[in-house]
Design a protein around this ligand. Structure first.
Ligand code: WTA
Length: 572
């Protein structure tokens, strides 16, 4: 059995590989299954396990959600969240929305987002959380593909939803609608009269609960579907990787529009009955440290981009705040530079623990967990019960220090169960028998630590957000001046990568700084600010294959001054 006592607090001992080996050997998923209600009934609901169970166990008065932004500072107990999510579930039921229906939530990070999320889960709906920075095209693509029947949003965000182009979308629930917008449902009015009792929809473990859209290198974003059963991994990693304990005040800085914000912003903490801090709005380094100081955050989960931003804000900023409450720091989403780990140790007195996983894996697969010695620059070792390896194109496992595909033995509790309405895309991940292929390349060292190398495809990771070059190219060519566009990720010190677009203009358009800015703004307005190219270069002609595909790798190699590689398929 894993010995949890070893995972507590700051590491004082340098190395604990022996504990790790022991944990790995005896690990089983079964113990945790007993913790959940389904062991008695065979049926399950993740919202019940995350919220109601703690109320049943006498923890109804404990703070579950501590929300603050510039104008609000509110605490919600587990009891409050139980009641309010029941009410929201009743609103959905009243309009005939229930099991299997896609309910999308397009809200800023506010308590209403979490209440709607839990309420929709309770009636068995499949939730699609949308990042609040998404603009019209991004919103439409996702609502259309998923055939969402209901949307929870605000009046201002509603202006980005092309309602007349979305025939499946029957119900719009508006939060904070003072104007009584026609044909919509008022969140506040309905909540005021909704019953606080709800008959929970008990579902099967394999029933879907969540769709996260994510980008590949080709085609539109794909809907990665997760099932209720994922909570086994959320619970186990919440305990062993995030090190959550009864009295923790936990802060995951991710937005629920991204998978980290659901797996570790909702399920991880609440399955453990831990107080979770949510900070709304955009924040400056001062806000970050003030949040930690005010809430006495003990466990802090964030991303390399954020840590790099804090690092560039300077050590003096750290010194102005009392951050002594922090016990454990985690990071995910992109490579965590060794320099940042060393800086963290210097200013926070704590190691930042890197984690590797993806939208598709549903939760942590590889981590530096508290029992382990952190090797700065490494993503760590596989979580017990997860078998990760470096393999070649034929599925053979490679010895230490060989670079290859980072792959996981298929079949773990939180593995995505489908790509929404796209079985072919789903199967692409499993094209080597027995393995899930991440699309990342890496190597392992002789201690079994994994070291990230890159992507095999053209997917861009900018400030921890996955962006598909094809989507950006598609948005670019919508602009009247753009004939063709090729988009690459270019290394950047703070953002990891920035988006650079190479554009061939249509006849009659002149290259100019104003036009660049106009095109940039155009992508911002259509997709999202983070998807807009920070750099644009006009070129006469894009490198293409004979079959007409844009050769992004050639653009990238030229940009970085690297060899362009095999050009045999390039057109004359
Ligand atoms: C990258 C975020 C290096 C990787 C939870 C992966 C990382 C993609 C790390 C998934 C890490 C994630 N070191 N790269 N520790 N963690 N990545 O789906 O390329 O938004 O495939 O999931 O981010 O991004 P996603």
């Amino acid at each position: 059995m894993l010995d949890h006592s070893k995972s507590v607090g700051i590491q004082t001992k340098e190395n604990n590989l022996e504990n790790y080996e022991a944990a790995y050997k005896d690990f089983s998923w079964v113990d945790v299954e007993k913790a959940f209600t389904w062991s008695e009934t065979g049926k399950v609901n993740a919202a019940y396990e995350a919220i109601d169970r703690h109320v049943m166990e006498g923890k109804g008065h404990k703070t579950a959600l501590w929300y603050s932004d510039e104008s609000r500072d509110e605490k919600y107990t587990f009891g409050d969240l139980k009641t309010k999510s029941n009410q929201f579930g009743n609103i959905l039921r009243k309009y005939g929305i229930g099991k299997g229906d896609r309910v999308f939530i397009f809200l800023p990070r506010t308590p209403e987002l979490y209440i709607s999320f839990l309420g929709a889960l309770k009636v068995g709906s499949i939730i699609g959380p949308l990042f609040e920075a998404f603009m019209t095209v991004a919103v439409k693509d996702r609502l259309e593909d998923s055939e969402a029947v209901a949307l929870v949003t605000t009046p201002s965000l509603l202006s980005r939803v092309p309602l007349d182009e979305l025939p499946h979308l029957k119900h719009v629930i508006l939060v904070g609608d003072d104007a009584n917008t026609a044909n919509t449902i008022s969140f506040e009015k309905e909540m005021a009269s909704a019953s606080t009792d709800l008959e929970i929809e008990w579902v099967d473990r394999e029933d879907p609960m969540l769709i996260h859209y994510t980008s590949g290198s080709t085609g539109k974003p794909k809907g990665v579907v997760h099932v209720h059963n994922a909570m086994i991994l959320h619970y186990q990693t919440g305990k062993w990787v995030v090190d959550l304990q009864e009295d923790d005040v936990y802060w995951c800085t991710a937005d629920p529009g991204w998978v980290t914000g659901t797996s570790y912003g909702i399920f991880g903490p609440w399955l453990h009955g831990v107080t979770s801090v949510v900070r709304g709005g955009r924040f400056t380094p001062t806000d970050w440290y003030q949040t930690i100081e005010k809430c006495k955050v003990t466990v802090w989960y964030s991303a390399p981009t954020a840590f790099r931003m804090l690092m560039s804000a300077g050590d003096e900023e750290v010194a102005k705040h009392d951050l002594s409450s922090v016990r454990h720091i985690l990071s995910v989403g992109e490579p965590l530079n060794p320099e940042v780990v060393r800086w963290g140790l210097k200013v926070y007195g704590k190691r930042i623990h890197d984690n590797w996983w993806m939208t598709e894996t549903g939760g942590t697969m590889i981590a530096n967990y508290p029992q382990m010695d952190v090797k700065p620059g490494s993503m760590g070792r596989p979580f017990p019960g997860i078998y990760a390896a470096i393999i070649d194109d034929n599925g053979n496992e490679l010895p230490p220090y060989s670079m290859g595909h980072l792959a996981i033995r298929a079949g773990w509790p939180s593995m995505m169960r489908q790509v929404w309405k796209n079985e072919a895309k789903y199967q692409e991940y499993f094209r080597i028998a027995g393995w899930y292929l991440s699309g990342d390349t890496a190597y392992q060292d002789e201690d079994g630590y994994f070291w990230f190398q890159g992507r095999i495809d053209d997917v861009i990771n900018t400030a921890g957000k996955r962006v598909g070059p094809f989507e950006v190219e598609s948005a670019l060519v919508e602009h009247p001046a753009v004939a063709e566009a090729g988009v690459i990720g270019k290394p950047d010190a703070v953002r990891g990568e920035i988006i650079k677009a190479f554009i061939a203009l249509r006849q009659g358009y002149e290259a100019s700084a104003e036009l660049k800015e106009e095109i940039r703004q155009f992508v911002k307005d259509h997709m999202a600010a983070h998807a807009a190219p920070r750099e644009i270069e006009f070129i006469d002609k894009l490198p293409k294959t004979r079959s007409g595909k844009i050769m992004r790798r050639v653009l990238k190699a030229r940009e970085l001054g690297l060899p362009t590689g095999d050009l045999s398929t390039m057109e004359e």
